[in-house]
Design a protein around this ligand. Structure first.
Ligand code: SF4
Length: 356
């Protein structure tokens, strides 16, 4: 299929059948597109919508985001996961406000140079947010192109990724890339779905190689399976006055960086835990119980968490200040960011689940 036909078929289809009412499609600008693109990475549209709406209500522009404390940004991100996305957004907003008078750069490389902005997000900001030429290769676009050309290999492997970028560059028109990109994303999100694609309605059907060979569901290839490394940790729920629990802010780097959570230790027996609390946290405690372990999967490892319930007796001197800490009333919604497993444990504490 000539490139222009591919592009115009997608554009025509988008105008007739594409999505037009997603929250980030209203009052489009670079900022709104950027926030939606970052939230949509690894996350479904239906999950993102309420987060996006809350985020926009609090941070309607780069300036509000740049001026906010990181705790507030992470709090609004709680539950979306991949918190580096939120930290990078905050950094980018601060950088643009401090160094560019709150203006977005107008070219691809300058956008990619900003924290957390990859090639596809930069393409989305250019095309959808600025109405310039920009090329997108998100998960939906990858699926359409991988099927259309029966592209072998896992799309995120460097060889396959390069091939797919080549196709995306070829088909994206110089004029109208906004509607074309929206059309490709919409096709991938609707007709060219992971399971049971509706090829009979697809504008690309005539020359789609996967359709011709009945191999739609073989493309794109899935990620080669690797066994995730296993890690364990004990989370110490130190309860004071039956309604407060000690939380600490995690270091900015590493998993759940900047979020708040329980102090952790890698010992499990009662005497060692009590000793750890005295030596590392400066508090005397009694171990009450160990809850059933919780598993949490990250992209690169699986963590088994043993929540241990302890009752606070007294502070030796002062609670260790190696990390910022707070006695949090666990029946109140935190005003700072907490990771999903911590949120669940806090909810269980507040529901009166002293033991499991
Ligand atoms: S014809 Fe089917 S497999 Fe090919 S792009 Fe369209 S929906 Fe996807």
């Amino acid at each position: 299929m000539p490139h222009s036909t591919f592009s115009s078929d997608v554009i025509d289809w988008q105008k007739k059948h594409g999505r037009k009412n997603l929250p980030w499609q209203k009052n489009r600008n670079a900022y709104r597109v950027w926030v939606s693109e970052i939230m949509l990475q690894q996350t479904q549209v239906a999950t993102v919508i309420p987060y996006y709406q809350r985020f926009m209500a609090v941070f309607p522009s780069l300036t509000e985001l740049a001026n906010a404390p990181q705790d507030q940004v992470l709090q609004l991100w709680t539950g979306l996961g991949y918190y580096a996305r939120a930290r990078n957004m905050h950094k980018t907003a601060q950088l643009l406000v401090a160094e560019q008078q709150g203006q977005w750069p107008q070219d691809l490389q300058a956008l990619i140079d900003l924290p957390g902005i990859g090639r596809s997000t930069a393409g989305a900001i250019l095309s959808l947010g600025m109405n310039k030429k920009g090329v997108i290769l998100d998960g939906n676009v990858k699926r359409v192109l991988a099927r259309y050309h029966c592209v072998e290999g896992w799309p995120d492997s460097s060889k396959t990724n390069k091939l797919l970028w080549g196709h995306a560059e070829t088909y994206t028109p110089n004029r109208g890339s906004k509607t074309f990109n929206q059309g490709m994303m919409d096709l991938g999100a609707s007709l060219c779905s992971k399971k049971a694609p509706q090829c009979s309605l697809c504008p690309l059907q005539q020359r789609c190689e996967a359709f011709a060979t009945h191999s739609q569901e073989q493309f794109p290839h899935t990620k080669p399976k690797v066994k995730l490394p296993q890690k364990t940790t004990s989370m110490l729920m130190i309860i004071r006055n039956k309604n407060q629990v000690l939380l600490q802010q995690r270091p900015p780097q590493g998993i759940w960086g900047g979020l708040w959570g329980f102090p952790e230790c890698d010992v499990q027996d009662q005497a060692s835990i009590e000793e750890h609390c005295v030596s590392q946290l400066g508090v005397k405690v009694d171990v009450l119980s160990t809850w059933r372990p919780i598993k949490h999967t990250f992209s690169h490892f699986q963590l088994t968490i043993s929540p241990i319930e302890l009752s606070y007796k007294r502070s030796r001197n002062q609670i260790s200040e190696s990390s910022p800490s707070v006695w949090h009333h666990f029946n109140e919604t935190p005003s700072f960011g907490v990771a999903t497993p911590i949120k669940k444990i806090l909810a269980k504490l507040s529901d009166g689940y002293p033991t499991n």
